[in-house]
Design a protein around this ligand. Structure first.
Ligand SMILES: C[S@@+](CC[C@H](N)C(=O)[O-])C[C@H]1O[C@@H](n2cnc3c(N)ncnc32)[C@H](O)[C@@H]1O
Length: 205
């Protein structure tokens, strides 16, 4: 992942760190921020949010004000160091960690936005085991349009399952994530790419 940022493999040559069109295109970003903000504002006491794979924080930065505490993590230490310097708010923390291998911070609500799509099935399974510690998970995945065979395996990296006409479905085999409720919040046709970017809210506990 560090090499993707170092060589701007997700585009954005004028940016020091750029997490891709999915993190910047107004069609994908604006409605997502509006919806997730209104979900966070529904809580009587603002929730502690854990943003797993926070990337360049173009999106996360808009959500911090609606949380009691916002803990943003990413596997790329240089990106986390950059974010720490760039985004400073009292209720905001950044940590460098591998969400598949390490313990995750405690919180009420997890945000996983276009992260699992880059991970192998083995890594996704390791992440899912830890999601049972949270009340809510807001998951965003880039998926093929229409019907598709979910969860074809890939090697972790820059690419996603779309090239295999597949995408991540946590409720399907081999993950079988058990949730209390599932609600699709958003489905947006991906600008410039095939497929749709789908955001789903899971009530876990
Ligand atoms: C496509 S970017 C999405 C960034 C952000 N969530 C957004 O939607 O703008 C995927 C991010 O996940 C991070 N990532 C990938 N594997 C990870 C892992 N095992 N642990 C933590 N972060 C990871 C990458 O470094 C990258 O910043």
């Amino acid at each position: 992942m560090a090499q993707i940022y170092e060589h701007n493999l997700w585009g954005g040559d004028k940016y020091e760190y750029y997490s891709g069109l999915g993190s910047h295109h107004p069609d994908l970003v604006n409605s997502y921020i509006a919806l997730v903000s209104s979900f966070l504002k529904e809580f009587e006491t603002p929730p502690v949010v854990c943003d797993l794979g926070c990337g360049d924080f173009n999106i996360g930065k808009e959500l911090v004000e609606h949380s009691q505490k916002y803990i943003a993590v990413d596997i790329v230490p240089e990106l986390i160091a950059h974010n720490k310097k760039t985004f400073k708010t009292e209720n905001l923390e950044f940590h460098s960690l591998d969400i598949a291998k390490e313990n995750l911070p405690l919180g009420d609500c997890v945000i996983l936005r276009q992260v699992l799509q880059h991970l192998s099935n083995t890594e996704i399974k390791c992440v899912i085991e830890k999601l049972y510690n949270y009340k809510y998970v807001i998951l965003t995945e880039h998926l093929p349009e229409g019907n598709f065979e979910p969860n074809k395996d890939i090697i972790s990296g820059q690419g996603i399952r779309l090239k295999k006409q597949s995408g991540v479905n946590l409720l399907a085999s081999p993950f079988n994530f058990k949730v209390k409720e599932e609600k699709q919040l958003l489905s947006i046709k991906s600008p410039g790419f095939k497929g749709v970017v789908v955001t789903t809210l899971y009530k876990v506990n």
